[in-house]
Write a protein that binds this ligand. Sequence first.
Ligand code: SF4
Ligand code: SF4
Length: 334
Amino acid sequence: MRKTVSFTRHSANIFFHILTRCNLRCRHCYINPDQHGRNTLDIDTIDRWLALFARRHPSPNVIFLGGEPTLHPDLTIAVKRSRDLGYASVTIDTNGYLFHDILNRVTPHEVDYFSFSLDGPSPKVNDPLRGNGCFKQCTQGIAAAKLRGFAVSLIYTVSRANIDHLHRMPSLLAELGVDRFFIQVIGVRGKWTEDARHRDVLAQVDRNTWLEVIPQVAEAAARRGITVTFPKVFLDPKEPFECAGLVADNYFIFPNGRVYRCPLCEDYPLHSLEIRNDRLAETAKVNEADLFPLVIPEGCVMNRIIQPCNLPPADGCNLPYKIACCMLKEEITP
Ligand code: SF4
Ligand code: SF4
């Protein structure tokens, strides 16, 4: 069954970057230490920041991110603390290297999902994007997680470099026992955007290609019993547009204390909140919150500003489509 997943209005999602350090150098990495900080949060700070959001929102969800979050020696404590604080679900996003023996130090009762990043169905496709040996490491990590009883999801970031290989993923996912499949669209951000050698190879796919390929692959994966989520990206002119910054409770927290409500704003000092002395404080204008209410015919304002490449061609007032909020997803269930 295919449906658009409306924004969750009753639960908050805490995307918690506990460090920005990583063992890999993926070509499309969006981590930007100049904007996000280079520090690793100590466990006491993580604890206080988790408590801060647990006080503001009943039963929030937390997704631990990096860099590579399993490089943090106290991730295990952070997971257990999340449970004690009443977080409804805990996810760990990982590149598959699973440092600090993490699989043996947490349980499936404590971690709802290990979410692995893999960008190709074979080493030949994945490793040029993520690094030599990554495919093997990631697929072995998935197998080890499944063996220990964890639910596993997989994130595939689609660009021109790997869309032609996406159709080979459903059989691999089924073979690995992956429970959920997230197809992501590459963001026009990160170092690759400044490098002419990578710009064309990694660029976003055009609308026709996206609409031809993504739903079909998602349905093929769903037929194998896997729930698939992918960004809607394009809206028909009559479909309602909503900005998650106005109607949802998503918080993207970085180790330097910046808190964004919109992931597209993360490369700029546009954060609307920051953590100061363990309190959440509003930042000075102009910030992302000033952009959210702006209504433009093209849809998302931040797309208009930073990713104009995927905007509809101007045709008087009759735009053929709008750009959806990047947080708006479609879901296909088996
Ligand atoms: S694994 Fe993630 S954080 Fe690390 S380099 Fe790759 S994209 Fe960046
Ligand atoms: S991606 Fe666009 S629509 Fe979504 S939160 Fe950001 S500014 Fe709002």
